[in-house]
Write a protein that binds this ligand. Structure first.
Ligand code: ADP
Length: 274
C-alpha cells in the first residue's frame, strides 16, 4: 500500500550522531494504532471507578457500627457507579459513531426541537448548580442530519457549560444563519460565563479523555469524552466545532453545520405544535 502517513522522529545514537527514522504509517496501521490507544485508555479509565467502588465496599464493611460513615461511603459508591455508567455509555456512543461514519440516513431536522431537548435534559443539573439556561437566536432553522446525534452533541456542550460554571452563571443556546463566503451555514452556539479555558488547551480538549486540570475537572464528574463525541458528530454532518474562551470570563462553543438552503426549506411542512 502507498505510504499515506509518515511519522518522522529523530533518535540520538551518540552525542554527535542523530538518525532520522521515517515510519510508514498507512491509514490501516494508523487506524489500528488509534484503536489500540483507545482500548488502553478505556481500560485505564474504567479501573479508577471500579477500584474506588471496591475500596468503598471494604470501608462500608469495616464501618458497620458507624451508621453515618456507612451512609457517607454508600453515597460515594453511588457517585462512582454513576460515573462508571456515564463512562460506559459514552464509550459505546463514541465507538458507534466511529463505526457509522458518515451518516447512514440523514433527514431534515428541526433545530428548535433539538435545542429544546438538549436544554431540557440538563435542567435538573442546572437547577442544582443554580445556573440559568436561555434559548436565543433564530427559530425554524433546519439542517440535514441525525436528530438524535445532533441532540447528543448539543447536550454535551450544554452539560459542559453548566458544569464548568459557578452558581449564578448564565448559559445561552441558540442557532443562527451565517454567510461564510458563498456558503450559507448554520452556527449552533452554546455560551457560558463560567470558568473558561486557557487558549493553550483549545486543541487538546477535543481529544478523547483529555481534561483540563484533572483535579479541577474531576469533582465535576465528567469523562473527558464529551467533546470528542461532539467533534465526531459535527464532522459526520459535514460541519466543525469551534471554541472561544477566556479564563474567568466564559466560553462559547459553536457547531457550524451546512444549511439546507432556502428553497428546500420552503417545502418542509410545519412541525407539529408550531
Ligand atoms: P468532560 O467529561 O471532562 O467534561 P469534555 O470532553 O466534554 O470532557 O471536555 C474536556 C475538558 O474541556 C473538560 O474536562 C473541561 O476541562 C474543558 N471544558 C469543556 N467545556 C468547558 C466549558 N464550557 N468551560 C470550561 N471548561 C470546559
Amino acid at each position: 500500500a502507498p505510504v499515506q502517513y509518515l511519522s518522522v522522529r529523530t533518535a540520538p545514537l551518540a552525542d554527535d550522531l542523530i538518525v532520522i527514522l521515517a515510519e510508514d504509517r498507512s491509514d490501516a496501521r494508523r487506524v489500528e494504532e488509534i484503536r489500540r490507544d483507545f482500548v488502553a485508555n478505556v481500560s485505564h479509565e474504567l479501573k479508577t471507578p471500579i477500584g474506588a467502588v471496591a475500596l468503598l465496599a471494604e470501608a462500608v464493611e469495616q464501618a458497620a457500627d458507624d451508621p453515618e460513615a456507612v451512609v457517607r461511603f454508600a453515597g460515594r459508591m453511588q457517585q462512582e457507579s454513576q460515573r462508571l455508567g456515564e463512562l460506559v455509555k459514552q464509550v459505546i456512543e463514541l465507538s458507534r459513531l466511529q463505526a457509522d461514519d458518515p451518516l447512514v440516513m440523514p433527514q431534515e431536522v428541526a433545530l428548535d426541537q433539538v435545542l429544546a431537548s438538549a436544554v431540557d435534559s440538563c435542567r435538573v443539573d442546572a437547577e442544582s448548580r443554580q445556573v440559568s439556561m436561555t434559548i436565543a437566536g433564530e427559530s425554524d432553522l433546519r439542517v440535514n442530519g441525525d436528530a438524535v446525534q445532533l441532540a447528543t452533541a448539543i447536550r454535551n456542550l450544554v452539560q459542559n457549560a453548566v458544569s464548568y460554571s459557578d452558581p449564578g452563571a448564565r448559559v445561552t443556546v441558540g442557532a443562527r444563519v451565517r454567510h461564510d463566503g458563498e456558503d450559507e451555514v448554520i452556527d449552533v452556539a452554546v455560551s457560558d460565563n463560567g470558568i473558561g479555558i486557557p487558549q493553550s488547551e483549545f486543541a487538546r480538549i477535543f481529544e478523547r479523555f483529555y481534561r483540563v486540570d484533572y483535579a479541577r475537572s474531576r469533582d465535576r464528574g465528567g469523562t473527558g469524552l464529551g467533546l470528542a463525541i461532539v467533534k465526531h458528530i459535527a464532522a459526520a454532518h459535514g460541519g466543525q466545532v469551534n471554541v472561544w474562551s477566556r479564563p474567568g470570563h466564559g466560553s462559547t462553543f459553536t457547531i457550524r453545520l451546512p444549511s439546507i438552503g432556502e428553497t428546500e426549506r420552503a417545502d418542509v411542512p410545519p412541525v407539529a405544535g408550531e
